[in-house]
Design a protein around this ligand. Structure first.
Ligand SMILES: [Zn+2]
Length: 304
């Protein structure tokens, strides 16, 4: 995908032109009602600006903290401007590959790859906190398989459970797609036990009316369409994805889809960006060691 940096980055560039602009945006997001000491909850502080990253010292217990602590930006050596550009590009409709990001913001491929995983992690964790509620549909579906050309299924085709809330017109609004561990291959499907496990974990059953679609030939079609779009989109941006991080990419897709839906309203683009920034500020960074060790589908990874 071609990224036109001139036009795509224009709205961003006009708002955040310096490190200080970015830092102030982070501080405002972290402490929207003013400083709160993470140790004693005191609200008075002094701001020490002698360092590159500002420090806040609690007026009561003297604990010092930076706005980056507890965010995905903690410990970063990169300018925040590069991070903010990465967030902007992450919100492109198909997302952005690490290779492309590394070229646009001029960092190494490994740095770009890690930045995207950190953003993806924030979006995934944030999404996991929000249960589906209201009118909820749940499909036993498959990822990575085109039913009309099943001979071309992806080697990593996998059973998934997909769930969504629906708008008044029946369109999927908030969507979750979960890989079903151990059920790899184009003939495997999630059973009722898997659907129940999904509902227990991702649906607020007290406030929801849940409709199940456990049979392949009777799926909730608008939701099935989203799963296929996820497959097409991830395939075109990232190429072949192994199973190790696939769940994180699926979370990225559904998280971005939701952000973009909210940004369609006039004037809502800035709200959408602020929401993504909020996710990155509220979710602690994923340590590199945990990222590379992650094996969401342990038995599959062991078999691969
Ligand atoms: Zn304190």
């Amino acid at each position: 995908m071609e990224v036109n940096t001139e036009t795509e980055l224009q709205p961003f560039s006009s708002r955040y032109q310096s490190e200080q602009d970015c830092m102030e945006a982070l501080i405002a997001m972290k402490w929207p009602s003013g400083f709160v000491c993470p140790r004693c909850a005191h609200t008075r502080c002094s701001r020490l600006t002698s360092r590159h990253i500002p420090l806040f010292e609690c007026g009561k217990c003297k604990h010092q903290t930076s706005p980056l602590v507890g965010t995905i930006f903690e410990g970063t050596h990169l300018p925040l401007l590069k991070w903010f550009k990465a967030l902007e590009l992450f919100l492109l409709e198909g997302g952005i590959s690490a290779m492309r990001l590394s070229q646009v913001i001029r960092v190494t491929y490994k740095t770009a790859w890690l930045m995207l995983h950190k953003i993806r992690h924030a979006v995934g964790e944030f999404g996991a906190r929000e249960l589906l509620c209201g009118d909820v549909k749940v499909n036993s579906d498959q990822y990575g398989r085109n039913p009309s050309r099943c001979q071309f299924s992806h080697p990593y085709a996998s059973a998934v459970v997909a769930g969504c809330t629906v708008t008044k017109s029946g369109e999927p609004e908030q969507v979750k797609i979960r890989l079903v561990p151990h059920k790899r291959g184009s003939e495997k499907r999630a059973n009722r036990h898997d659907l129940t496990a999904f509902i227990n974990e991702h649906v607020d059953v007290r406030t929801s009316v849940v409709q199940l679609f456990p049979q392949a030939f009777r799926l909730y079609m608008p939701l099935r369409k989203v799963v296929r779009e996820a497959w097409e989109s991830l395939k075109s941006t990232y190429g072949a994805l192994g199973l190790k991080h696939l769940q994180a990419y699926l979370n990225e897709y559904t998280g971005r889809r939701r952000l973009l839906l909210s940004g369609e309203l006039p004037g809502a683009e800035e709200t959408m960006r602020q929401k993504l920034l909020q996710m990155c500020v509220e979710v602690p960074v994923l340590p590199y060691r945990r990222l590379i060790e992650r094996q969401p589908n342990q038995p599959l990874a062991a078999a691969a």
